[in-house]
Design a protein around this ligand. Structure first.
Ligand code: HEC
Ligand code: HEC
Length: 218
């Protein structure tokens, strides 16, 4: 009886720990991703390596599984996503960890007693995508009509739909061209033709609009 009771108490205490450990595990796994995507998942080489920090967990997990199954081709990442390298649990852990990283769009304010390392780390996390050229009124109009429903009013995504705001413009454009060439599938059912119907200038205008709303003030 006493033993069962102790076991129950132990399990209750261990439960919140277990989920924290998954994030810890995710952080460990991220060490192998950081070489390309950066320590905070901020990406690099002007978007050759996309930002993954602060992306939606469900989208990160979907993409890792697609790379693993090779339904989406990604040669640089091939060795990292093979079955024996990345189990489903690893995918969940690293996705949850990356999704939890916040990369602010404003320079931090420091307290006088913040040390140099605290300041440096906070500054490294700031991520502002430069304004992309384009007609933001036209871009905003089309975004609200055609993209908004899935990618969110603020471009932050929802559910499994990825956030677009805060991603490198060059990376988004590269993904749009893969969708257009049929190398990657955008959204299986309803939206098959949506990008095909838009003019190249309209797409550029949408990307310009996304860089405008990244600070939350359209
Ligand atoms: C050798 C470099 C490299 C490493 C290491 C690497 N990646 Fe990538 N990753 C890439 C490149 C390049 C792309 C973009 C592919 C493209 O252009 O379609 C990418 C794309 C992604 C995407 C898709 C983003 C999106 O929204 O389309 C995710 C998610 C991702 N990586 C997660 C990870 C995780 C998690 C790890 C560690 C387990 C990792 N990557 C390790 C190079 C790398
Ligand atoms: C019906 C829902 C839906 C609508 C509407 C939609 N998208 Fe998407 N979009 C998705 C999904 C789902 C993905 C992830 C695809 C995957 O799993 O590879 C995505 C991915 C993307 C990506 C790649 C992001 C990344 O990080 O890899 C871009 C760029 C994009 N969409 C642009 C647009 C634009 C621009 C519009 C409006 C013209 C639009 N989408 C409308 C569902 C939608």
């Amino acid at each position: 009886m006493m033993k069962t009771l102790l076991l129950c108490v132990f399990l209750m205490l261990a439960m919140p720990l277990a989920s924290a450990q998954n994030l810890e595990k995710g952080k460990d796994i991220n060490a192998t991703c950081a070489g390309c995507h950066g320590e905070f998942g901020q990406g690099g080489k002007k978007g050759e390596y996309p930002r993954i920090g602060g992306q939606r967990a469900a989208h990160i997990a979907d993409q890792l599984k697609a790379f693993r199954a090779r339904t989406r081709l990604n040669l640089p990442m091939f060795p990292y996503t093979q079955e024996r390298e990345m189990s489903d649990q690893d995918v969940e852990d690293v996705s949850a960890y990356l999704a939890s990283i916040e990369l602010p769009t404003e320079w931090p304010e420091f307290k006088p007693d913040d040390d140099a390392l605290t300041r440096l780390t906070a500054m490294e996390k700031v991520m502002i995508i430069p304004r992309a050229p384009g007609d933001i009124d036209n871009g905003g109009k089309i975004y609200k009509k055609e993209c908004f429903a899935c990618h969110g009013k603020d471009g932050m995504g929802r559910g499994k739909f990825p956030r677009l705001v805060g991603q490198y413009t060059s990376y988004l454009m590269k993904q749009i061209s893969s969708f257009l060439k049929g190398e990657r599938s955008h959204d299986e059912v309803e939206m098959r033709g949506i990008l095909n119907e838009l003019k190249a200038q309209d797409l550029q205008d949408i990307l310009a609009y996304l860089t405008l709303i990244q600070t939350g003030q359209p």
